[in-house]
Design a protein around this ligand. Sequence first.
Ligand SMILES: [Zn+2]
Length: 424
Amino acid sequence: MALEASIDRRNHAPPSTANGTTTAVVLPPTRGLATHRLRLNPSSDHNPDSYDDLPLEFSPHLFSSLERYLPPAMLSMSRDFKLQYMRDILLRYSPDGERTRKEEFGILHLVECYGAAARRRILYLHSCVSLRITKAEYTWVQRHREYRQKIISNYQPRHRQLYTMQAVNFFVPSFLQAINENTEEGFRRIISEPTPGIYTFEMVQPRFCEMLLSEVESFERWVHETKFKIMRPNTMNKFGAVLDDFGLETMLDKLMNDFIRPMSKVLFPEVGGSTLDSHHGFVVEYGMDRDVELGFHVDDSEVSLNVCLGKEFSGGELFFRGVRCDHHVNSETQPEEILDYSHVPGRAVLHRGRHRHGARATTSGWRVNLLLWCRSSVFRELRKYQKDCSSWCAECQREKKERQRLSIAATKQELLKREGTSTS
Ligand SMILES: [Zn+2]
């Protein structure tokens, strides 16, 4: 049975990719095709087809992402053929190791209700280590789905116009113009870069800030009145709310796809900026009777968008301290990496999730920020195989330069020595 083959292989290490990009992964046979192969490394120069117009059981973006992993000979084949091939692969797996029909639970539901983890898991599975979702993970996902369903069917939104993307009403004209232009030059015109990798720009209209603040207040009032137990946005913030949980997921997905991804493609190509495919959207609240400050940390994102919504406050500056990989997350800060940034309502900060940062105490008033953590399943998958982080981790970069310097010095030394022996 196909599944046993995949279970057996879970115990083996994935094929080595150290010396090339052509390593293929052989998957169990299915539906008349002798083997289904995916590459471990994607064809980065391949421009995948769009699957947006099709009614599919998985996100169209997943197919576009997965297409890069097809064997090179398949890339020029018809979209229908590629689609069939990828669907066969995706439909082969289910959480408990049984093959189920697509109508039944499985990856389909997981992608629907917990896009990020499921997509990551699918890519993970297909890179042949293990694509199976554990029972505990599945139970959590199911509970979270019920949790959301409960909120959405009971909470009455106050500003319905927030729940669909209305770009002209949400954003300032300069931001819209840069997005429409979609060129590096256009983006650079509206952004300032106070330190490398930190971009700030005017983004949302005062009316948008007011509406979102009022929606969050209304949601929290509902939570309080109904004594609903809500999940907070992350392990560090005790105040604030996950916007995706009360119906804003579709609007925020559009914000990521149509606005943040085009910018990230240009500004953060080395951390998956062009393949952002899931998000976590929430607001955080600071003030005297809320969270006061936020410790030094990195985000669980490839790219983070942080927009100040107001209201009146003092303090609360963000401090940044350089980009680091997991291995170097606690390494020393270089003087040129120090940046303090004061929030301005309506203005956004865009940075790599791995850019270490924190927030100083909000000393008076009430400050609310909208956070959108954008993730790339493709980037996360690749990181398992590509250990070199020197294109974005400042410490890896320094180490690499140092190795090169030593190697050049050693070669020079060697040449001088040889010259010395030949002339003597
Ligand atoms: Zn590093």
